[in-house]
Design a protein around this ligand. Structure first.
Ligand code: NAG
Ligand code: NAG
Length: 491
């Protein structure tokens, strides 16, 4: 053991001294001026769309470079490139390839005519293996049990086509499917179902067998219609219960889980606690019994749930807990629950007997600063039923623009301090649920102005003291004025 660590240590030193001696970068840097030209010269090229400020990009960079160096001597050489997609001049390319986050890695084939998203690992060896497989044929033949063991990754989803011969319409469809989805799943084909080692070996052919590391472990389909096949794969590739823990193999299911437009049932429990086993088995049974009924299930380890809990305004003291978020965003939850309480609670939820959970920060005990602090539970009092003119800011504590606005808003509030009919307020939108039917919050800060008579409009003007004051002066309704115009406003 010790000698292996030492060996790794020595290797590390020799590699790093080597790379400092030879400064050559293996990853090509592209920009809008040469992207198309260079990509069009390659049958196969990999491009990372990154942003210089993105943390995940920074941690990927040395691994990506190492992989590029290894793959440069592969036969044929595999080229890895990168493009700063946050650069204004390159943005059009990012849009063209549908880049929504950083880093996104695309595999471009046929001079850039086809593009697929890279779905492989993020460390050098994994990148090398994955890309080598992307370069070969989309599906490989299983001729022996040994082939089966190398081609089928037990921890991932694979699709194996079982055919009487490698020709004909179904075989062509399978090949097309493999080309299309090769970056998402492993593909193989065989003449002998026995070699797969999972499932009925006397199945009628042709058949597509989906192998998965969860639930029933394999499912067959004999419908080779491409659309039907894609639907079959989509439906079979999300586990009945998605697990959120440290296992990187679960990442792909988590992505699917959070992108599925179903009501989501999530439970958080400490996987190292005594109650975990019984909690999990009860919850697992429940997930199975609700399968196909519009609810999808996730079980998260407390260790990994900081962000999840924070997002919902909950804390670790409330675990074990169960929480449902409907597709419209409505939330329901129960904390400190025992395994026996899970099923009855969910039944109540389904029957509409559970009250919606609305996150609200505590009502502040004192609220005597110029800018009034509003929480979800006081929105009605301060905004909806208030007969004053209210400018309210929705902010996030971490947002830079909000920090810049804070002293400006304070000055505005001081300016109106003597005016009993104007209120300047703020609401921390990370601690409070904001009713989506009244306010549309796309980013922070967002400001709304509610006039005394109840008209609610978003404030899109400049974020300067002068502009905000001018806006309020122009749009506020005074009681005398509203009375004259016959408003029903109370006097
Ligand atoms: C593409 O152009 C940029 C900017 O001129 C340059 O830095 C980069 O090295 C070029 N890439 C290649 C592969 O020629
Ligand atoms: C989870 O439970 C274990 C065992 O009881 C305990 O040591 C650990 O601190 C718990 N983890 C958290 C985050 O509370």
């Amino acid at each position: 053991m010790a000698s292996r660590v030492l060996a790794a240590f020595i290797l590390l030193i020799s590699i790093s001294s080597f790379s400092s001696a030879e400064e050559k970068e293996h990853v090509l840097t592209l920009d809008h001026s040469n992207f198309t030209d260079i990509v069009s010269k390659h049958d196969f090229i990999v491009v990372e769309f990154y942003a210089p400020w993105c943390g995940h990009c920074k941690s990927l960079a040395p691994e990506y470079e190492k992989a590029a160096s290894v793959l440069s001597s592969h036969d044929p050489a595999i080229v890895l490139a990168k493009l700063d997609a946050s650069d204004e001049a390159n943005k059009e390319l990012g849009t063209k390839f549908g880049i929504q986050g950083f880093p996104t890695i695309k595999i471009l084939r046929n001079g850039g005519k086809n593009s697929q998203e890279y779905k492989g690992p993020r460390e050098a060896d994994g990148i090398v293996d994955y890309l080598k497989r992307q370069l070969g044929p989309a599906s490989s033949e299983i001729k022996s049990a040994q082939d089966s063991a190398t081609l089928i990754d037990e921890k991932k989803i694979s699709l194996v086509g079982i055919f009487p011969k490698f020709a004909g319409e179904e075989y062509e469809k399978f090949t097309a499917l493999a080309e299309k989805l090769r970056s998402d799943y492993g593909f193989a084909h065989t003449l002998d179902a026995k070699l797969i080692g999972r499932g009925d070996s006397s199945v009628s052919v042709p058949t597509i067998r989906l192998l998965k590391p969860f639930d029933e472990r394999f499912v067959d389909s004999q419908n080779f219609d491409l659309e039907a096949l894609e639907k079959f794969i989509e439906e079979s590739s999300v586990p009945t219960l998605v697990i959120f823990d440290n296992d990187p193999n679960n990442q792909v299911y988590l992505d699917k889980y959070f992108n599925t437009p179903s009501s989501k049932v999530m439970a958080v429990v400490n996987f190292s606690s005594d109650s975990y086993t019984s909690f999990r088995s009860t919850y697992e049974e429940l997930a199975a019994s609700y399968k196909g009924k519009g609810l999808i299930f996730l079980l998260a380890d407390l260790e990994n749930s900081d962000n999840l809990l924070k997002y919902f305004g909950l804390n670790s003291e409330q675990v074990p807990l169960i929480l449902v978020q409907k597709t419209n965003g409505d939330k329901y939850f129960k904390d400190n629950l025992t395994p026996n309480e899970i099923a009855p609670w969910l039944k109540d939820f389904v029957n509409g007997a559970v009250r919606q959970f609305i996150k609200s920060a505590p009502i502040p005990e004192t609220n005597d600063e110029p800018v009034k602090v509003v929480v979800t539970n006081t929105l009605a009092e301060f905004v909806f039923t208030s007969t004053k003119n209210v400018l309210i800011e929705f902010y996030a504590p971490w947002c830079g623009h909000c920090k810049k606005l804070a002293p400006i808003l304070e000055e505005v509030a001081v300016h109106f301090e003597k005016d009993a009919e104007v209120v300047i307020a703020k609401l921390d939108a990370t601690e409070n649920d904001v009713p989506g039917d009244s306010f549309e919050i796309q980013g922070y800060p967002t400001m709304y102005f509610k006039s005394a008579s109840g008209k609610l409009v978003s404030y899109d003007g400049d974020r300067t003291k002068e502009a905000i004051i001018e806006y309020i002066e122009k749009n506020k309704e005074t009681k005398t004025a509203t009375a004259q115009t016959g408003s029903k406003d109370e006097l």
